[in-house]
Design a protein around this ligand. Structure first.
Ligand code: HEC
Length: 147
């Protein structure tokens, strides 16, 4: 292979690489918004070793979950992730339409910016195993919250 062909191949690969990252970053923008955390209710906590996760959602969503009805469109469910007492990220699920499966997911840093390279389709795939309980792993915690 001549040197010039090798160079153009390397150039093409670099362009393809740049395009790939641009597409990935765009792909991870979605419609999930960052909520006003102070307006949400802390309904349960999950702890394992240095990890403490506070789960929060709206009072209206908690009432719907207890009643066994769909949470209102727009509802945020937030996982506030603390590592050794330091807030490290927010994992956020948001109900974006009427259908029971109409949830989207996003990872936000503590400053409210998103983690642009996160594969949010993987959030959805894992959470959909609980499609019959509002896509929530901590559904029982929300049902039993009496606070
Ligand atoms: C492989 C499975 C899996 C993936 C992938 C996953 N989660 Fe979860 N998620 C869980 C489990 C299990 C819990 C319950 C808390 C725990 O055990 O830490 C949870 C809890 C949550 C909660 C609190 C509400 C609930 O369902 O209990 C939110 C919000 C959440 N995850 C958002 C996200 C976001 C955003 C992503 C992607 C960036 C994501 N999750 C990826 C398994 C997953």
């Amino acid at each position: 292979m001549s040197l010039s062909i090798a160079r153009s191949l390397a150039f093409a690969a670099a362009l393809a690489g740049a395009g790939f990252f641009a597409i990935r970053a765009d792909a991870e923008q979605n419609n999930v918004t960052f909520p006003v955390i102070e307006d949400l209710t802390h309904y349960t906590t999950v702890e394992r070793r240095i990890t403490v996760e506070h789960m929060l959602t709206t009072p209206e969503a908690l009432a719907a979950i207890k009643a066994g009805t769909q949470v209102p469109t727009g509802t945020h469910i937030v996982l506030q992730d603390f590592q050794s007492g330091v807030l490290t990220r927010y994992l956020i699920a948001q109900k974006l339409g009427d259908g029971a499966a109409n949830w989207q997911y996003q990872w936000f840093w503590p400053d409210g910016t998103i983690k642009a390279d996160e594969r949010t389709d993987q959030c959805y795939s894992c959470h959909r195993s609980w499609e019959n309980q509002q896509f929530m792993f901590t559904h029982d915690g929300a049902v039993s919250f009496d606070g």
